[in-house]
Design a protein around this ligand. Structure first.
Ligand code: AMP
Ligand code: ZN
Length: 493
């Protein structure tokens, strides 16, 4: 159907022609957030990149099952504490109150940025049985061992038959050399072994009673269990931020192999980091921006607030696999670019092919416009290159503006090309890039401007104008209220 959609596969480190396992169905799993704090703009970048990939696959006609999980247990801090438990203790709340609060916040943020919702959003705590089943299978297959109430994945054993490190290009010997000097201090056979099940310390509040211990699952396990449950032992795409490649995704592959004999995803896609002055945006570094700070402009690095669509446009201006540096200047230039795109979107949306227009086509124009439209497809087909797609959309913007100023006549384009241009421009901007038209105008300020005119007309006793302004505002649902000492307004009920 779609011959040449290419994706860069982190597993093979090559651009490959994308071939779904059972077209037209595509299974896509993306690691979701750990819901213990507000999402920052870096997280948003990753999720919007996969939103755009999901959107484009659907735009091409694939039937996508998009699964994005919620991590609500097992993602530990370096100190060994569970992120959610720690926050729950700090705020004196139930862990599930923390989970709900930040999951709600995450959903709200994603909706603000016009992200489509996933088809399934499973949580780790909702899939304890599936995780336990996987642990049992790995124990049975001799790739896991129990130690003092915890269960660990045996990396050295696994590595005898499967290359551990295949995704990130690491070798077990090198990894061992790097970790040899670290203090053991636990029950693992090797420093490389990772927990499938952890025995809970007495103060640990999130715990489940199992045959191994009263404990909790290791973080990597949930994604293996939930992707297999909803997408099968083999599925198409697995995504996440670059920082998840190792160890999280590497461990996922090992767990899937160790359980089912299949590695899970065929294509592994990783987004690159949003940086601030070249440094990864991260909560722990303290350089993170919250979406609401960006929109209100209440941040020392910002001169003003930026709208959600400007921010989305800013992110789409770079390829998902490149780093993107965040700065006030970059956002300001994105704002200007997005205003241009928005203006063109408004013009072309309102413009239909007029009746009784005879085409008198200029083949050069027709060819140019068709090439611009083809290029939008080529750019997205080349590993979802949104940056290049936007450049091609701006070529179409020029044509739309020329039509608007009558430098280019519709006759010269012809109806067929006009419709293709309109559909391509709106389709790629709104459906693929997820950019909605945003009005720069504040409606209430406009009402005040008209009310000033109304007051003036009243003072001059120009009642014809007073009546006209009153009825024009009413048409827009605004009622003028003549008070004793002033003129006010209200929405028509
Ligand atoms: P977390 O909740 O920390 O697991 O992160 C959720 C997602 O955001 C993961 O896919 C991370 O890789 C991604 N992420 C974290 N920081 C950044 C960043 N600065 N830029 C882009 N993606 C990020
Ligand atoms: Zn994951």
């Amino acid at each position: 159907m779609i011959a040449k959609l290419k994706v860069f596969n982190s597993l093979t480190r090559q651009k490959e022609i994308f071939e779904p396992l059972s077209p037209p169905h595509v299974g896509m799993y993306v690691c979701g957030p750990t819901v213990y704090s507000d999402v920052h703009l870096g997280n948003v970048r990753t999720f919007l990149s996969f939103d755009t990939i999901n959107r484009y696959l659907r735009f091409l006609g694939y039937k996508v099952r998009y699964v994005r999980n919620i991590t609500d247990v097992g993602h530990l801090l370096d100190s060994g504490e569970d992120r959610i438990s720690k926050k729950a203790k700090l705020d004196n709340l139930e862990p599930m109150e923390i989970v709900q609060k930040y999951a709600n916040d995450f959903h709200e943020v994603m909706a603000t940025f016009n992200a489509l919702t996933p088809d399934i959003e499973p949580s780790a705590t909702g899939h304890m049985l599936e995780q336990m089943e996987m642990i049992k299978a790995m124990l049975k297959n001799g790739l896991a061992y129990e130690s003092n109430g915890s269960v660990y994945f045996d990396v050295n054993k696994y590595n005898e038959s499967h290359p551990y490190g295949i995704l990130s290009g690491r070798k077990v010997e090198d990894l061992l050399a790097q970790t040899r000097n670290l203090d053991g201090g636990d029950d693992k056979k090797s420093q490389l072994d990772f927990a499938l099940w952890k025995k809970a310390a007495p103060e640990h509040i999130m715990r489940w009673d199992t045959e191994w211990s009263d404990g909790f699952p290791g973080w990597h396990l949930e994604c293996s269990a939930m992707s297999t449950k909803y997408l099968g032992e083999d599925f198409d795409i697995h995504g996440g931020g670059m920082d998840l490649k190792f160890p999280h995704h590497e461990c996922e592959i090992a767990q899937n192999m160790g359980t089912t004999g299949h590695g899970g995803a065929k294509y592994w896609l990783h987004t690159n980091m949003l940086t601030v002055n070249g440094q990864k945006m991260s909560k722990s570094v303290g350089n993170s921006f919250l979406p609401r700070e960006l929109m209100s402009g209440e941040h020392e690095l910002l001169d003003r607030g930026y709208s959600p669509m400007t921010i989305r446009f800013f992110m789409m201006q770079s390829h998902y696999a490149s780093t993107l540096d965040f700065s006030n200047d970059a956002l300001e230039s994105a704002r200007k670019g997005f205003v241009k795109l928005s203006n063109a979107l408004r013009l072309i949306t309102a413009l239909d092919w007029p009746e009784n227009v005879e085409a008198n086509t200029d083949e050069k124009q027709v060819q140019q416009i068709n090439t611009f439209c083809d290029n939008c497809h080529h750019a997205m087909n080349d590993d979802f290159n949104t940056a290049l797609t936007i450049a091609h959309l701006f070529n179409i913007v020029k044509k739309i503006n020329s039509i608007h100023t009558r430098q280019l006549n519709l006759e010269a384009i012809g109806q067929e090309t006009f419709i293709r241009m309109k559909e391509t421009f709106i389709g790629f901007t709104e459906e693929v890039l997820g950019l909605k038209y945003e009005s720069e105008i504040d409606g209430e300020s406009l009402i005040q401007i008209i009310l000033n005119e109304y007051r003036e007309a009243k003072e001059q006793r120009n009642f014809e104008k007073v009546d006209e302004l009153r009825s024009r505002l009413k048409e827009q649902g605004v009622i003028v209220k003549d008070m004793k000492d002033r003129v006010d307004w209200a929405f028509d009920e």
